[in-house]
Design a protein around this ligand. Sequence first.
Ligand SMILES: Nc1ncnc2c1ncn2[C@@H]1O[C@H](COP(=O)(O)OP(=O)(O)O)[C@@H](O)[C@H]1O
Ligand SMILES: [Mg+2]
Length: 253
Amino acid sequence: MIEVDNLVKRFGSKIAVRGVSFTVRNGEIYGLLGPNGSGKSTTMRILAGITPPSEGRVLVEGIDVAENPLEVKKIVGYIPETPALYESLTPMEFFSFVGSIRRVPMEELEDRVERLVKAFGIEEYLGELIGTLSFGTQQKVSIIASLLHDPKVLVLDEAINGLDPKSARIMKELLNDFKKEGKSIVFSTHILAVAEVICGRIGIIYNGELIAEGTPEELKRFAHEESLEDVFLKLTESQEEVSSLIGALREAF
Ligand SMILES: Nc1ncnc2c1ncn2[C@@H]1O[C@H](COP(=O)(O)OP(=O)(O)O)[C@@H](O)[C@H]1O
Ligand SMILES: [Mg+2]
């Protein structure tokens, strides 16, 4: 379970997150949606114990991220927006390294690496240097590495971006399995169709504030819109702007 209460994050005089509160229950996939720069990644870095909050309280499985970020890191699997990998290691070396710092028993580690590598189809790259791999393959390496310690809580920042359709599908199935196991999952994306299918509840974050929350159905009803895309555009005030931009674009051709 993740409990976020009145979270504020400042960078100097800039406020990236302005009093956000939400809860992610066990066995729930919670989607954080919002335009670029709205504070999704900042929020997720705080949930993962990477950056401290400026104000407010965040509990991950009851552990306060401000008081005990190391304990939080132990139980969270975090996939950053941009893969943070060691470019001069091979994926196999990287998995062994992550497994050893995570203290994953050797047999478990080998078993998980084998299954995940097969699921994401990266067998042929295991011996190549990570720095030479494509963005999509690096993303897969990053995903696998984040799952090796079988975390109770998953914080996935745009984790499906950059994946080919087959791997995106596998990722979705994997998330569903994790949900059934009772893990708490926070998932940010700007691909609304993905959020609609995967997430049980969605929070829409705009300019550092949570402006709406609910199941995809509730959000559609609330905004009187047919699709989550329309809800999103309406709530983030982009709808009129998009219409006028499209109008201008049409006139140009
Ligand atoms: N380390 C940082 N220093 C200064 N400003 C930052 C930092 N990280 C994020 N920001 C700012 O905080 C705001 C929210 O960013 P971010 O959380 O990355 O948004 P999102 O993931 O929704 O695109 C942006 O205006 C961004 O420029
Ligand atoms: Mg981001």
